[in-house]
Design a protein around this ligand. Structure first.
Ligand SMILES: C[S@@+](CC[C@H](N)C(=O)[O-])C[C@H]1O[C@@H](n2cnc3c(N)ncnc32)[C@H](O)[C@@H]1O
Length: 252
């Protein structure tokens, strides 16, 4: 049996590593460091900085994981994601078999918290279902959503009300009438610019937790164009961007 530690590492600030996550890092024989997307150099650098800072043994071992790209989704989004996850699972299975001996422990460093818009846990289920004898444990991390709320000094929910956490793709369908607090992630299309801004405030953050953090808040009608332009400029300058925001409906 091989054992895998799924460790949430926070969304950009190494100070957000929990004590539990640090202890888990130190139990791993091998650390698997994924490489993906346009932001890969910056994200890989953060993972490497976390290993260098928190692993007490100087001779720890890392193995890069070349994450396959997702095919264009076209009309079959779920089919494209399913196929992509299958290919990632096959990659992980091959690496676990070749890079970990029976009885050894590997670690996957997952951005933010592994439970939030991250497929690592679904992929582990696939690897196990493929027949490899495997056990795994999950260590929560501080997610970008928590950093967003902390930086803007706001609670995510209004009193006694629910929060919707969704994607830019789904927000394009509009803010549901029964929601007054909507957190939006994975929005490459700036869906907030296409909404009716009436009665909405936005609390936006990019590169949260990093030295490049940008925060903008205010009525959506007044801030929408400013955020779109700041975002485009920052993305061009860095070569990548990650941003998250809360939309809050003002009380009637
Ligand atoms: C694949 S999801 C991963 C979320 C991650 N598991 C978490 O807990 O934050 C990536 C999305 O998370 C958000 N995100 C992650 N890190 C961020 C950061 N440092 N600043 C702003 N948004 C971030 C962005 O919306 C990005 O598109």
């Amino acid at each position: 049996m091989r054992n895998i530690l799924i460790i949430g590492i926070g969304a950009g600030n190494p100070d957000h590593m929990t004590v539990e996550a640090i202890e888990a890092l130190n139990r791993a024989d091998t650390l698997f460091i994924p490489d993906k997307g346009e932001e890969k150099a910056a994200l890989r650098a953060l993972r490497e900085a976390i290993c260098a800072r928190f692993i007490r043994r100087p001779d720890y071992r890392t193995v890069p994981v070349d994450i396959p790209r997702r095919a264009e989704a076209g009309s079959d989004y779920h089919g494209a994601v399913d196929d992509w996850h299958e290919r990632i699972a096959a990659r992980y299975r091959a690496l676990f078999e070749t890079e970990l001996a029976e009885g050894e422990t590997g670690a996957l460093l997952v951005w933010g918290d592994p439970a939030l818009y991250d497929s690592t846990l679904r992929i582990m289920e696939r690897v196990a279902a493929s027949g490899l004898a495997l056990d795994w444990q999950v260590y929560p991390g501080i997610s970008s959503v928590q950093v967003l709320a902390a930086r803007h000094r706001i609670p995510l929910n209004t009193i006694g009300a629910p929060i919707l956490i969704t994607t830019g793709r789904r927000l394009a369908e509009g803010v549901p009438a029964d929601q007054d607090s909507v957190v939006v992630m994975l929005d490459g299309e700036q869906a907030f610019t296409k909404l009716d801004p009436a009665e909405l405030d936005i609390y936006w953050g990019a590169y949260l937790g990093t030295p490049d953090e940008i925060l903008i808040a205010g009525p959506l009608a007044e801030r929408s164009a400013e955020i779109a332009s700041v975002r485009a400029e920052a993305r061009a300058r860095h070569g990548w961007i990650m941003d998250t925001y809360l939309l809050r409906r003002r009380p009637a």
